[in-house]
Design a protein around this ligand. Structure first.
Ligand SMILES: [Fe+2]
Ligand SMILES: [Fe+2]
Length: 170
């Protein structure tokens, strides 16, 4: 299965940072869909938010299990960024766990999704602008491709529950 998925992307090996940025784009598309959904489109909003929960949980899982520890170890200059990123994930995964059980008709639903989107957009900008470039600079192409393929495979092992992630811990 995973092999097929990799093959679908063409023959070029998976680059870790390209993979993570692709995930960011997928999530941003879902955010835009949510913003376009009508106030009373409860069923649609529920479906979009369930997809957001799935995509973000999977993405945070591969970052926390593979990319962040690798960055911290191989590119020590990223350490503070990594630690800050984990704290940002912490807030996000708790919000995801609340949204999982929150009725889209609840008056807090849209507000909670809005704050989630603000948090994630800020977080993605920091990753892409402030510290992923340092990782790219310091690491070789082959290593980034090897890590990318490992992350693609690890997606299949991601938990459904956002609170099962390392960053959810207190
Ligand atoms: Fe992240
Ligand atoms: Fe990310």
């Amino acid at each position: 299965m995973e092999e097929d998925h990799i093959a679908e992307r063409g023959s070029r090996p998976m680059d870790a940072i390209v993979l993570l940025k692709d995930d960011h784009k997928t999530v941003e598309k879902l955010f835009k869909q949510f913003e376009k959904a009508g106030d009373d489109a409860y069923k649609e909003k529920r479906q979009i938010v369930d997809q957001i929960i799935h995509e973000l949980t999977t993405h945070a899982y591969i970052e926390e299990e593979i990319f962040y520890p690798m960055a911290r170890q191989d590119v020590p200059a990223t350490e503070d960024h990594v630690l800050e990123s984990v704290e940002e994930h912490h807030v996000v995964v708790w919000m995801l766990s609340e949204l999982k059980d929150l009725d889209p008709k609840d008056e807090r639903f849209d507000a909670k999704v809005t704050v989630l989107m603000e948090n994630v957009r800020h977080h993605v900008e920091e990753e892409e602008q402030e510290w992923f470039p340092k990782v790219r600079e310091a690491m070789g192409r082959n290593e980034l491709q090897e890590v990318g393929e490992r992350m693609e495979k690890a997606k299949a092992e991601a938990p459904d529950d956002p609170l099962a992630l390392i960053s959810a811990r207190k």
